[in-house]
Design a protein around this ligand. Structure first.
Ligand SMILES: *[C@@H]1O[C@H](CO)[C@@H](O)[C@H](O)[C@H]1NC(C)=O
Length: 249
């Protein structure tokens, strides 16, 4: 009896894995219709930056602001759009000199990507970034190494608890593994953001170090944007080939 049950489970698991579209997990079962996960390809960054301020900064854990004042929103949007442009805009390739005319400078810098979740009217309702970055080691020597770092994960309040964050994380991991060839993925998260930490743990991330000397910006209840102390947790997940990676990944 037990073996039959196990065999049955094995079939279910492999079937789900084999037939699910690559970027989507079990969350796909509960996803509202017409929602898509797409790459920003370096465009729509202004739209994404504004979305991010609304979804992430408003009511940020540890801050005192349930809604942002117009001044806070303006200031944060300007900073966030600049930040997204710096990280995810396509930069001209260094060796573009040999390409003719219009193609010169159009080669894509492929080591950073912002993945977007858009709804039926093509509006951004979620995002996640991934980029090859220096990752700190916390070994007492201030050393670092190069690896894919996931960041800027946010889902619009209206669309939470539908598995979309999981889909965005998986899409970002797929880019790091399939397009850039990495076996591990990393992220930094604030320790007090327990919902986020729980989500990452569920998706296979494990804490590798904590830094309690970090600072973060927080919108306050009285309309300012203050600098606050926080503890950053670095988490890591093995996304490499493994036993089933190439078959079902
Ligand atoms: C898409 O999201 C936007 C922003 O939340 C909303 O105004 C719009 O009605 C949504 N469209 C659909 C088709 O749900």
């Amino acid at each position: 009896m037990r073996t039959i049950l196990l065999a049955y489970l094995a079939i279910c698991i492999t079937t789900t894995a084999a037939f699910a579209p690559p970027a989507f997990g079990l969350g796909a079962l509960f996803r509202p219709p017409n929602i898509k996960i797409i790459k920003s390809d370096g465009i729509r960054l202004e739209e994404a930056g504004k979305f991010f301020v609304d979804a992430f900064w408003t009511g940020k854990v540890g801050g005192g602001a349930d809604t942002l004042s117009p001044k806070q929103a303006f200031q944060l949007e300007r900073q966030q759009v600049a930040e997204f442009n710096k990280r995810y805009r396509r930069r001209a390739a260094k060796q573009s000199g040999r390409l003719p005319g219009n193609y010169a400078g159009q080669s894509l810098d492929s080591s950073s990507e912002l993945v977007l979740c858009v709804n039926g009217s093509d509006e951004v309702i979620g995002c996640a970034g991934v980029e090859v970055s220096r990752i700190k080691k916390m070994d007492g020597y201030d050393s670092s190494f190069s690896g894919p770092l996931m960041s800027n994960l946010a889902i619009s309040r209206k669309y939470r608890r539908k598995g979309l964050a999981e889909d965005l994380v998986k899409a970002a991991e797929n880019i790091a593994r399939r397009e850039w060839g990495y076996d591990d993925c990393y992220l930094y998260v604030e320790k007090r953001n327990t919902p986020a930490i729980k989500l990452y743990q569920k998706l296979g991330y494990k804490s590798i170090w904590e830094d309690d000397s970090a600072t973060t910006l927080l919108p306050t209840g009285d309309g300012r944007i203050a600098n606050g102390k926080t503890t950053i947790v670095c988490m890591k997940k093995r996304i490499g080939a493994g036993l089933f990676g190439n078959l079902f990944g």
